[in-house]
Design a protein around this ligand. Structure first.
Ligand SMILES: Nc1ncnc2c1ncn2[C@@H]1O[C@H](COP(=O)(O)OP(=O)(O)OP(=O)(O)O)[C@@H](O)[C@H]1O
Length: 231
């Protein structure tokens, strides 16, 4: 199964060329999408989900054109960054809305909330959630109904040290159960042992891609701070 297949994919927002010819095949397993701010990672994810229409080129999500066949998205869980929620609803109402779209049940909502430790906050309005709880809510949203493919945009952004291990632990467990992940992250090291494939997107193009073991050293070099000359 190929999760995403993109060919010469372009996405422009007026004069801004967010994607400028991305050709890539993302296999099942866990794929890390890395790259500098503004490089086009989130845009790539949104085009692959059928939320944006490509300006040029093509993309397939699980073999289907996601723009013309939005049902391709049904088996895919997504956590955006930043997560956007209707603030006056409760966490439960929001997750139940997501669950309905995915053909999942209220029981699935409890389960997903439990994965990220927010079950006690479910009946509170989202406007009262802390930033850490909002991140957990967006993660729970991606896992509701146990989709086979889960897209996570910056799952470790703004989470504390202990939560990093907890979140990576959940992802690793689900990966072990055969779920596929496409994860955009600036922090790659916590995923190092889980990543099967890696894609670096920079300037709207694929800068580097391949099995993660093959590109790991290049990724490390890319993220290494420049050495400071000392006298
Ligand atoms: N809806 C939009 N309208 C206009 N410009 C956009 C839109 N979405 C993204 N862009 C622009 O497209 C470019 C790529 O942005 P994108 O968010 O895809 O990058 P990114 O690699 O995910 O960056 P970051 O790591 O900062 O999240 C940026 O110049 C951004 O300002």
């Amino acid at each position: 199964m190929t999760v995403i297949r993109a060919e010469n994919l372009h996405k422009y927002f007026g004069p801004i060329k967010a994607l400028q010819g991305v050709t890539v095949e993302i296999p099942e397993g866990l794929t890390l999408i890395l790259g500098p701010n503004g490089g086009g990672k989130s845009t790539f994810m949104k085009v692959a989900l059928g939320l944006y229409r490509p300006t040029k080129g093509s993309v397939r999500l699980l073999g289907k054109d996601p723009w013309k066949s939005p049902e391709a998205r049904k088996g895919v869980g997504v956590a955006f960054d930043p997560g956007r929620f209707p603030k006056l609803t409760t966490g439960r109402e929001w997750l139940e809305f997501i669950a309905r779209g995915r053909g999942a049940s209220a029981g699935d909502v409890e389960k997903a909330a439990g994965l990220f430790g927010i079950e006690d906050a479910l009946d509170r309005r989202i406007e009262g959630y802390s930033s850490g709880m909002l991140k957990r809510l967006s993660l729970a949203q991606a896992f509701v109904g146990e989709p086979d493919v889960i897209f996570l945009d910056e799952p470790l952004a703004n989470v504390d040290f202990e939560s990093v291990a907890e979140i990576v632990g959940v992802i690793g467990k689900w990966k072990g159960w055969g779920k596929s992940f496409v994860i955009i992250s600036h922090l790659w090291e916590p995923f190092e042992n889980l990543a099967d494939y890696g894609v670096v997107i920079s300037g709207g193009k694929v800068y580097l891609e391949g099995p993660f073991v093959d590109i790991r050293d290049d990724v490390e070099a890319m993220f290494r701070p420049p050495s400071v000359a000392t006298e």
